[in-house]
Design a protein around this ligand. Structure first.
Ligand code: APR
Ligand code: PHB
Length: 424
């Protein structure tokens, strides 16, 4: 009996997943439990969880396999800025209630250089679209809660996850749950397991083409018990390197400093972080950086990465499993959501009509948006970071670009429309 019918009847709970298993003898007499579903989803990040949610709303069943614990994914500090389209989708699909209560909505950002701030006004330049501050881990908490509340399967701490048969009619995912070998038979596999996952590397050599741009720097990020120093985000260009002032709540600031990519976090005691932030964000007038106890800090490397195609056989890649953007444009999470929105529509067409038109066009459809977000993220990174300290020509060119972007309506409109999110 196919699990989908069981789910649709809402007759059975998560336990249904338990009882609907068959038993297949494997090595050493241990039995490998097998289960059938429609979409096997590897990874419970934004891509995997939003996909599972959209599929559920269309009556398509899936099982989500996550190698980490629920606690880990709900506490992992990552991005925090959502495009208008991402927020609209979460609200429209019924997982945006807490977001609407707790988020911060911004109608612009500031570009700061030569000790002066210049506001990019989204109301004026981007048709009133906004961006929203709501931490990624809060989005994850809301999606996990919604999935469990609907008694839908998500397996945490799945180990030894391997994918099989996606170049045949019988895709399956093998894994261990609580040490027991299990196999999930499915019609399709959604590779939502991030950059370091197993799905992309499982595609045979020679099929995928990689496009990579490494940056000679990374971001040192901190969370601090300090009320934000400004109402909106401040992107700082300084001869000492880039700095970003962002936030999580009205009490918690999120701040970033450009550091060499091989920097050791031990080299950055709290007082050095604050003095460097003061120097890079200094502005004429009475603006002052608000400081407070730092309770989290890490250094993240920066790269631009795209793999083409994003689909092979019955394997469909989404999010960081297929592309990475430098965080300067705040596109990572939003691109992952855009991918799975396209993927869920394609699966819905297939299950409703048997047509594979959208599935066949999944990769090219996603890549059009991915490359535009790659361009914007590379451009923001190139305009705002110091590449090599002694190339005075480049510094003048960067300042001229900032001057142009903040004094030309055409140029600031380009930034604004990309920042709030290009139309879907
Ligand atoms: N088996 C199961 N799960 C796995 C495996 C595996 N072998 N490998 C990784 N995972 C899980 C990770 O633990 C993580 O929870 O896959 C999930 C991938 O999530 P993300 O890395 O968040 O990737 P994605 O959903 O594509 O979201 C991308 O979110 O993290 C931000 O800024 C980041 O832009 C990025 C966006
Ligand atoms: C964040 O709030 O973490 C954030 C915001 C904007 C960025 C990057 C990160 O460009």
């Amino acid at each position: 009996m196919r699990v989908s019918q069981l789910w649709l009847d809402r007759q059975l709970t998560h336990a249904a997943y338990k009882t609907a298993q068959a038993r297949v003898p494997v090595l050493l007499g241990r039995e490998r439990k097998t289960v059938r579903t429609q979409i096997g989803i590897v990874g419970a990040g934004p891509a995997g969880l939003v996909l599972a949610h959209l599929l559920h709303l269309q009556g398509i069943e899936s099982v989500v396999l996550e190698t980490r614990s629920r606690k880990y994914i709900e506490e992992r500090v990552r991005a925090g800025l959502l495009e208008q389209g991402t927020v609209d989708l979460l609200i429209e699909t019924g997982v945006g209630e807490r977001l609407q209560r707790e988020c911060l909505t911004h109608h612009g950002i500031e570009l700061r250089f030569n000790r002066r701030g210049h506001r990019i006004d989204f109301d004026d330049l981007a048709g009133g679209k906004t961006v929203t501050i709501y931490a990624q881990q809060e989005v994850i908490k809301d999606l996990v809660a919604a999935r469990l509340a609907a008694d839908l399967p998500i397996i945490f701490e799945a180990t030894d996850v391997t994918v099989h048969g996606f170049d045949s009619a019988k895709p399956s995912i093998r894994f261990r749950a609580a040490g027991n070998p299990e196999e999930l038979h499915c019609d399709f596999i959604a590779g939502c397991d991030g950059f370091h996952g197993i799905c992309r590397p499982s595609i045979p050599a020679g099929v995928l083409t990689e496009f990579v741009r490494e940056y000679p720097f990374g971001w040192l990020g901190i969370l601090a018990k300090a009320p934000p120093s400004s109402e909106e985000l401040v992107y700082n260009y300084s001869e000492r390197g880039f700095a970003l002032l962002t936030m999580r709540t009205r009490e918690i600031s999120r701040l970033y400093l450009q550091v060499p990519s091989d920097e050791d976090i031990e080299a950055w005691p709290d007082d050095r972080i604050w003095s460097e932030l003061r120097l890079r964000t200094a502005a004429d007038g009475d603006w002052k950086l608000s400081e407070g106890a730092i309770f989290q800090k890490n250094i993240a490397s920066m790269r631009s990465y795209v793999v083409e195609p994003m689909q092979y056989g019955k394997m469909f890649l989404a999010g960081d499993a297929a592309h990475i953007v430098p965080p300067t444009g705040a596109k990572g999470l939003n691109l992952a959501v855009a991918d799975v929105r396209i993927m869920s529509k394609a699966f819905a067409e297939f299950y409703k009509t048997g047509k594979t038109h959208l599935l066949e066009r999944y990769s090219e459809t996603c890549l059009r948006r991915v490359w535009k977000a790659q361009r914007f993220s590379w451009w923001m990174t190139s305009m705002l970071h110091r590449f090599d300290t002694d190339n005075a020509f480049d510094q003048r060119r960067q300042l001229a670009e900032l001057d142009y972007v903040t004094s030309s309506r055409a140029a600031s409109t380009t930034l604004a429309e990309n920042y709030v999110g290009l139309p879907w």
